[in-house]
Design a binder for this molecule. Structure first.
Ligand code: FES
Length: 104
């Protein structure tokens, strides 16, 4: 599935993301280094924060549980906020567009 990433300077990059990997991994494996993802995808650092574009919020779903709590600790939480290590790329997310959140 294709994943479109908007970095902090507004530049857009289209990535061919493997099915079953997380959005965080897809972003990091494709040379976008703004996403620190310090915990490596364990849902404990919140440095993989992205904003899911409005049209995609339904299919992607909202943050729940620990992810929801971690996002609450961010100064930049907004509609569409998700931790990208908790979004798995699947065929139905082909064309997903996310923007990297500002650093906390
Ligand atoms: Fe740490 Fe996502 S990489 S919470």
């Amino acid at each position: 599935p294709k994943l479109i990433v908007v970095d902090r300077s507004g530049d857009e990059k289209t990535i061919d993301a493997g099915e079953g990997i997380s959005v965080m991994e897809a972003i990091r494996d494709n040379g976008v280094d703004e996403l620190l993802a310090l915990c490596g995808g364990c849902c404990s650092c919140a440095t993989c924060h992205v904003f899911v574009e409005e049209d995609w919020r339904g299919p992607v779903g909202a943050a729940i549980g620990d992810e929801d709590d971690l996002l609450d600790s961010s100064d930049h939480r907004a509609a569409g906020s998700r931790l990208s290590c908790q979004i798995m790329m699947t065929a139905n997310l082909d064309g997903l567009r996310v923007a990297i959140a500002p650093e906390d």
